[in-house]
Structures are given as structure tokens and as C-alpha cells.
Design a protein around this ligand. Structure first.
Ligand SMILES: C[S@@+](CC[C@H](N)C(=O)[O-])C[C@H]1O[C@@H](n2cnc3c(N)ncnc32)[C@H](O)[C@@H]1O
Length: 269
């Protein structure tokens, strides 16, 4: 792999807005979904990175993740990547032996012998055109170890709701789109239409008749309407009832209470 310094970062600088704890529920989701992704030390995973791609005008979300993930793996290497030089410079004072910040783009600035176990790319691709989605995924796949994961999605400014693709790196080098995840902390109530506004880039322009995401969103709306009586027991009960109604309509939803009671809806593919 080419050393970081000689590569031109692929992508475009975009707005750098972020907020403290905006991605807390993303990290909590990962810790619940597959903690071994963060803790495994077999083979090349031993010294492989969690990469926070596009961390924003300052490094707060990367540093918050470092604190969260190092509770389960105190020696987890973490790399914050930004395409904006000033944002890298702003982050560098917070770097240490395990936490690095580098200028880079979809062609990650990994050095020889470095590997990636997990990429979190949040609120990055939303500012791109839909045509840029597939090439970005393709490029990022080059760096992730087989079995590794990427969570790529969009949130509201304070992270109350978000949705994200879960992409798994396969042995043949490709991504397998494993699931589309929706998350709410219930502070904005429960309204399927709100999720429609924060869909990942590969779906947000596709909520039109004939597309699977259209059928899904419509079915979720219908499920929420049919189960509205559950609201009297609280938003969480309503969210759960709507998810169960989606299953009855034939959608593959993980209905384990550990997800639904916490406000995570996982649509598996
Ligand atoms: C809106 S901020 C998101 C910050 C943080 N991830 C969050 O969700 O709060 C998007 C950041 O992604 C950066 N960015 C855009 N394209 C990038 C790329 N290809 N590689 C690295 N960073 C990129 C932008 O410079 C910007 O700072």
C-alpha cells in the first residue's frame, strides 16, 4: 500500500458540522451488534484500526469513540481521517500513540502493514451526489480486513435519529450489504417520515414507486398507523409493535428486545 503522504485524498471537502455525543448511539449500537469487532486480536486484526472517516471541524466524535471503545479494548488503534487540512491540524494536539489523525479521503491514508477492522463514516456521503456512492464504497473496501465492517449513514444534527448501511467486507474483496439500521432515542417522538429525511445516500433519492426502499418505508408507515393504539403504553411500545407488524408484512426485521426497546430497527438483507 502506498504511504499516506504521497496520495491525493479522494473526495471533496464538505461542511464540517458535528456535535458532542452526536454519534454516541452509533457507537453503542456497534458495541451491542458485534463487540468482537472491537476486541478481536486474531491474525491481522491484532493491530488493526477503527477508522473515523470525516470526523468534522474538530475531533470530538473520534475522541468520544476512543473513550467508549477502549472500555472494551484499551489498546484499540484509532485513526481519524479528514479531507480538510485545517481540520487535521486542529485534531493533531489530541493525537497519541494509539490515536492518530491524518489527512485523507476515500483512499484511506493507511501505511504499510496497517489494516482496518471498522469504518464509521457518518454525515459524510450525504453531501455527495448519488453517483459518488458506489465508487466511494469500492475504494474504501480496499482497506478493510475480511470480516470487517463499515457503518455509513446520516443523522440529525444532535444524533436523536439516524440511519445507516452496515456493509461487511467479504473474503472476495467485495462488500456485502448486511442491513439497514434505523435508530431513535425517542426524543423526537416516533414518525417514520422523519427517518425518510435521513436515509443514507444510496436510498434517499429512491423513495419512489418500484424501489424496495419505497415499499419498506410505506410498509413501516402503515405498520405504525395500524399499531398506533400502542402509543398509550409509550413510544417504545409503539416502535416495537410497528416493527412486529413489519415482520408480519414479510420484512426481515431483527425483533430481539435488546434492539427494539433501545430504539434500533435492523432491516436485514
Ligand atoms: C458533516 S461533517 C461530519 C462530522 C462527523 N462525522 C459527524 O457525523 O458529526 C463531514 C466531514 O467529512 C469530511 N469529508 C468529506 N468527504 C471526505 C472524504 N472523502 N474523506 C475524508 N473526509 C471527508 C468533511 O471535510 C467534513 O469535515
Amino acid at each position: 500500500m502506498t504511504p499516506a503522504r504521497v496520495q491525493k485524498p479522494e473526495g471533496q471537502p464538505t461542511r464540517g458540522k458535528t456535535a458532542s455525543n452526536r454519534l454516541r448511539r452509533v457507537d453503542n449500537f456497534l458495541l451491542l451488534y458485534e463487540p468482537s469487532l472491537l476486541t478481536r486480536t486474531d491474525g491481522r486484526f491484532a493491530a488493526s484500526f477503527f477508522v473515523d472517516l470525516g470526523y468534522g471541524f474538530d475531533a470530538r466524535t473520534t475522541l468520544e469513540s476512543a473513550a467508549r471503545f477502549r472500555r472494551v479494548n484499551p489498546t484499540l488503534p484509532i485513526l481519524g481521517v479528514e479531507i480538510d487540512k485545517e481540520r487535521v491540524e486542529a485534531a493533531l494536539p489530541f493525537a497519541d500513540a494509539l490515536t492518530r489523525f491524518r489527512l485523507g479521503g476515500f483512499n484511506l491514508p493507511m501505511k504499510s502493514g496497517e489494516h482496518v477492522r471498522l469504518i464509521r463514516a457518518f454525515n459524510v456521503l450525504r453531501q455527495y451526489d448519488e453517483k459518488d456512492f458506489a465508487p466511494a464504497y469500492e475504494r474504501l473496501a480496499e482497506y478493510v480486513l475480511p470480516g470487517g465492517l463499515m457503518i455509513e449513514g446520516t443523522s440529525t444534527p444532535f444524533g436523536q435519529i439516524w440511519s445507516a448501511n452496515l456493509a461487511r467486507k467479504m473474503d472476495d474483496g467485495s462488500w456485502n450489504m448486511e442491513a439497514l439500521v434505523f435508530s431513535t432515542n425517542f426524543r423526537l417522538g416516533f414518525d417514520v417520515e422523519e427517518f425518510q429525511t435521513i436515509l443514507p445516500k444510496n436510498y434517499i433519492h429512491r423513495v419512489v414507486k418500484g424501489e424496495p426502499i419505497f415499499d419498506f418505508i410505506e410498509a413501516w408507515k402503515r405498520s405504525a398507523a395500524e399499531t398506533a393504539h400502542a402509543k398509550t403504553f409509550g413510544l417504545r411500545q409503539w416502535f416495537i409493535a410497528a416493527a412486529e407488524a413489519l415482520v408480519r408484512k414479510g420484512f426481515k426485521i431483527d425483533v430481539k428486545k435488546k434492539w427494539l426497546t433501545k430504539g434500533y430497527l435492523i432491516w436485514e438483507f
